[in-house]
Write a protein that binds this ligand. Structure first.
Ligand SMILES: [Zn+2]
Length: 219
């Protein structure tokens, strides 16, 4: 007697399984998916698919998707993913935020790479504070001609990275009233206004709440 669990979807045609793989990838807006991701939103289970095709990666290949190779993700990609999420949330992501659709990579991927989520965040802080992107230093060439033109060394709009640096330094609080801000309520303000020659630098930027940002604009 052979004790074996019946595959519940054993009558589902191969093509249907592959089509569902593809539709999950489309939903995620990507060209590859992990078995874990598939288990969260797929119609079948990753083990049904792996069993049918022998291996998860063979199924991906047959579906015309890219192979899932976690080890190919660079540290930089992992840290950039944290940067994107930090901006979206307007605050430091927790390990529980690290899942689809907010995060491209799972918390497990971070723990495998950095040993713990805390260490991943430490690596992120180091990364965000050391590397000044070239675009910050480019000269602004789109100044209006009729106004007094300040020769700015920086661009008017802070890069995502600079925004994160300001958020970290100011602890997500309005510098004038101390209220905690997230998402769309965060306003990045030039302390010395851009129109008066203020630069887009960490020193010259601060976080303000909407009322304080408006009050400043009215001055
Ligand atoms: Zn305020």
């Amino acid at each position: 007697m052979d004790f074996k669990l019946n595959d519940f979807h054993r009558n589902t045609p191969d093509q249907e399984l592959l089509d569902d793989l593809k539709s999950v990838a489309t939903k995620l807006g990507r060209n590859n998916i992990t078995s874990r991701e598939y288990d969260e939103i797929g119609k079948y289970t990753s083990s049904t698919i792996s069993t049918r095709f022998g291996k998860w990666n063979i199924a991906l290949q047959l579906a015309g998707l890219e192979l899932t190779l976690i080890q190919n993700i660079s540290d930089k990609e992992l840290l950039e993913n944290i940067e994107t999420i930090w901006i979206k949330l307007g605050k430091q992501p927790t390990s529980r935020d690290m899942k689809q659709p907010l995060s491209k990579y799972s918390i497990d991927t971070y723990v495998r790479r950095f040993n713990s989520w805390r260490k991943a965040l430490q690596a992120f802080i180091e990364y965000i504070n050391t590397d000044t992107p070239i675009q910050e230093l480019e000269e602004n060439i789109s100044e209006p001609i009729n106004e007094i033109v300040f020769k700015h060394k920086t661009k008017r709009n802070p890069s995502e990275r600079l925004k994160v640096q300001v958020l970290i330094r100011d602890g997500n609080k309005c510098r004038l009233c101390g209220i905690t801000l997230i998402g769309d309520n965060i306003h990045f303000d030039h302390i010395l206004p851009w129109s008066k020659g203020g630069e887009t630098t960490l020193e010259n930027l601060q976080i303000l709440c909407a009322p304080h940002n408006m009050a400043k604009g009215d001055l």
